[in-house]
Design a protein around this ligand. Structure first.
Ligand code: 13P
Length: 254
């Protein structure tokens, strides 16, 4: 199995064709870090162009519909993402749960559709500040894992096509990164839920941390037990900000 750290840039609703230069720079630098798996998830209009511009990194979407095609104006299917060369899709990000009312049942259905289309998935979970302050963080995240990870997809899990991203909502875009010991505790709890669901194959599910990861804090986070990589927002928008995170991943995996 691959133990390479997985560093994924989520561009969210940012970027234009001029930003292809950043994707190319990240791709060129990726050759120096064969021990790190690197990927970018640009907004939907750029996925195909980024795919054509890079060779050494993965490219993915930020959402997909549950259906393969049909009357769903504005949506994008997993089959369409696969058709334009996407490797994976991020699902259940807290911004989609917030902006589009997505719940665990929907996220799981999307994950099943994505896996059926041949994509890998990164399923996002994470508690709000209220939930953390009231001592419910672990219960909330465990329930999200139980509800959104597709339980019937043992083969995809065994093939390493399922990843989970723990992204505390209060740490996203705030500059307020979670304490390493809290990340370690949560990744252990998440891992336990995955073992309950998938047995020994659960070790093949990489658990990423996301939320204000940058070049300074990456070493501490990525070196922590149970952290299989990072899902990076703001610091993935330029090669200058992103590559120190990749370098940190390479350093901790050495
Ligand atoms: P930031 O790195 O900007 O906090 O975003 C994290 C995130 O939501 C990645 O999916």
């Amino acid at each position: 199995m691959t133990k390479r750290p997985y560093i994924v840039g989520n561009w969210k609703m940012n970027g234009n064709r001029a930003m292809l230069a950043e994707a190319r720079a990240i791709d060129r630098a990726a050759q120096r870090y064969p021990d790190v798996e690197i990927a970018l998830a640009p907004p939907a209009p750029l996925i195909g162009t980024v795919r054509e511009a890079v060779t050494g990194i993965g490219v993915g979407g930020q959402d997909c519909h549950t259906a393969a095609k049909g009357a769903h104006t504005g949506d994008v299917s997993a089959a369409m993402l696969a058709d334009i060369g996407a490797d994976f899709v991020i699902l259940g990000h807290s911004e989609r749960r917030r902006d589009h009312g997505e719940n665990d049942v929907l996220v799981r259905a999307k994950a099943e559709a994505a896996l059926a289309a041949g994509l890998s998935v990164i399923i996002c979970v994470g508690e709000t500040l209220d939930e953390r302050d009231s001592g419910k963080a672990e219960a909330v995240v465990s329930a999200q894992i139980d509800g959104s990870v597709p339980l019937g997809e043992g083969a995809a899990v065994a093939a390493g096509r399922v990843a989970v991203a723990y992204e505390p909502v209060w740490a996203i875009g705030t500059g307020r990164v979670a304490a390493v010991e809290d990340v370690v505790a949560m990744h252990a709890a998440a891992g336990a839920r995955l073992v309950a669901a998938f047995g020994e194959d659960a070790v093949r599910v990489r658990i990423l941390y996301g939320g204000s990861v940058n070049g300074e804090n990456a070493i501490g986070l990525l070196g922590a037990p149970g952290v299989g990589g990072a899902l990076v927002g703001g610091a993935s928008l330029t090669a200058d900000a992103f590559l120190p995170i990749v370098a940190a991943a390479s350093q901790v995996s050495a």
